[in-house]
Design a binder for this molecule. Structure first.
Ligand SMILES: Nc1nc2c(ncn2[C@@H]2O[C@H](COP(=O)(O)O)[C@@H](O)[C@H]2O)c(=O)[nH]1
Ligand SMILES: [Mg+2]
Ligand SMILES: [Zn+2]
Length: 475
């Protein structure tokens, strides 16, 4: 599809025309809408809602239906109301982030976020990376309203209590399927959907997880994901939702223990925390702080797990605090195993081991086999974008390539080796996907389907269709 115009009216007042090109990433589209609304794209607490004239919500993404000047969409700019906002609620999140920052040292990005949060919290507000401050704060900032008034406005907003969105039964059901449209949701809504998964598995009740702690935990997680094109909080949500979907379509959730389901949820949620947007090869070749700390052994995955457990170490955000000692020990071991298994450098090793178990007849009684099964489920979920319908999956390829190209550009500039699959001179969307789907995804999902039932129609067939689609593009 060629580029086309979308006609909007900001808050029903200012008319703007936005040009949508299929090549734009979701981030680029959001940033254009932010510009139209005169708010900073960096302000993550801004919630943009696009409505048709009849009040129906239109997802802001690469597939906004074209309209005309007569049928303008209405763009509303709202504050993110995920957390109840009193500063006493904010402090635990800051403390947890502070602990993460102390662990990681000054060089890493979290430090900036913590400092920013502190500045606002000490002034009675809560802004920037985490997100309950009002959009007015961003808008007024650009109009030179004195800072003190901005803070007061933010402070007022923080008094508001926040109702949980009332997800319909249809949404809750759709959440259990790989076809779920992950682009329809703002970050705070995704956080509530993640919370719902814990509820639906009965984990809140069983492990006596405090609701406020759960929300602080998710808030802390959310602001510990960076705004990378690909490795961001939405990717965290996608991976967790696909894991949840796989469990439901295969029915394997009925064979897993509650602790294993808890492990899967927490591992997926934490699996790319504080991803810097540059992969392990870059970390090692550039001798970054992470490669030094972790001796070149899965530096990113070790870091994601360390950030997760630093968040969990703080009592205010420790959703595992009511587990018994032995349950906590087991959960920690398994969560770390799952996150470390997402290093694609270990793909061959894990595939070979699982193949051995599958061919011998998978034994659910063997703890080692169960451990590997849950690692494989996380691996599947992590690389599962092409299981999703094309309009949902395709924007992810653009985002991934954007991140890859940024890395290889930097590697070239720094005189480091770069991988051909990240090179903008060599890679196209189609070539990237034909290789990845054919050589990585299909073998992995087909192998897992030897153990888990019912994967053919909802999981494997969409992957094959995606392969055909990208093959047809290579001509
Ligand atoms: N070419 C593609 N590569 C993909 C795709 N989905 C994932 N990947 C690669 O796998 C890793 C997954 O690990 P993560 O923890 O970093 O998310 C990712 O970095 C990519 O290298 C895909 O659709 N196409
Ligand atoms: Mg990862
Ligand atoms: Zn990932």
């Amino acid at each position: 599809m060629d580029s086309y115009s979308v006609y909007i009216s900001v808050e029903g007042k200012l008319n703007e025309t936005v040009r949508i090109a299929p090549s734009l990433s979701i981030q680029e589209i959001r940033s254009v809408f932010c510009a139209a609304a005169d708010v900073s794209y960096e302000t993550r607490d801004v919630v943009l809602k696009l409505y048709r004239p009849d009040g129906i919500l239109v997802p802001i993404g690469p597939h906004i239906p074209p309209n005309s000047p007569e049928t303008r969409y209405i763009l509303q700019v709202k504050q993110d109301k995920y957390l109840p906002g009193a500063s006493s609620e904010v402090k635990p999140v800051i403390d947890a982030l502070d602990a993460v920052s102390a662990l990681l040292g000054d060089a890493l990005k979290l430090k900036d976020k913590v400092d920013k949060l502190k500045r606002h919290a000490h002034a009675g507000g809560f802004d920037g990376a985490v997100g309950t401050a009002s959009v007015e704060s961003a808008a007024h900032a650009s109009k030179n309203i004195p800072a003190i008034r901005r803070v007061q406005q933010v402070g007022l907003r923080l008094e508001e209590t926040v109702p949980k969105p009332d997800f319909s039964d249809e949404v809750k059901e759709n959440l259990k399927h790989p076809t779920f449209d992950i682009w329809q949701w703002q970050e705070h809504e995704m956080a509530y959907l993640l919370e719902h998964m814990f509820v639906e598995f009965g984990l809140i009740e069983l492990y006596k997880i405090d609701e406020t702690k759960m929300r602080r935990f998710l808030q802390c997680v959310r602001c510990s994901y960076n705004n990378n094109p690909f490795h961001n909080f939405r990717h965290c949500f996608c991976v967790t939702q696909m894991m949840y979907g796989l469990l439901h379509v295969t029915g394997v959730h009925e064979k897993l223990t509650p602790l294993e389901k808890l492990v899967l949820l927490v591992a997926c949620i934490g699996h790319d925390l504080d991803h810097p947007g540059f992969n392990n090869a870059y970390q090692i070749n550039a001798s970054t702080e992470l490669s030094i700390i972790y001796n070149d052994i899965s530096p990113l995955e070790n870091h994601h797990a360390a950030v997760l457990f630093t968040i969990l170490k703080s009592d205010e955000t420790n959703i595992l605090s009511n587990l018994s000692n032995s349950e906590y020990k087991e959960a920690r071991k398994q969560i770390i195993n799952c996150i470390l298994a997402t290093d694609m450098a270990r793909h061959g090793e894990l595939m070979a081991k699982f193949k051995g178990y599958a061919e011998a007849g998978f034994n659910y009684e063997d703890p080692a086999q169960r451990t590997l099964l849950i690692q494989m489920i996380v691996k599947c979920a992590d690389i599962s974008n092409e299981v999703r319908p094309q309009h949902v999956s395709e924007p992810w390829v653009d985002s991934l390539l954007e991140e890859f190209f940024t890395q290889s550009d930097r590697e070239k500039a720094e005189g480091l080796p770069w991988a051909p699959f990240m090179d903008r001179q060599k890679v196209t969307k189609a070539s990237a996907q034909v290789g990845f789907i054919g050589f990585v995804m299909i073998p992995l999902f087909e192998l897992v389907s030897k153990v888990l039932p019912n994967m053919e129609e909802p999981v494997i067939q969409p992957i094959r269709r995606a392969l055909d689609y990208y093959k047809s593009m290579t001509g």
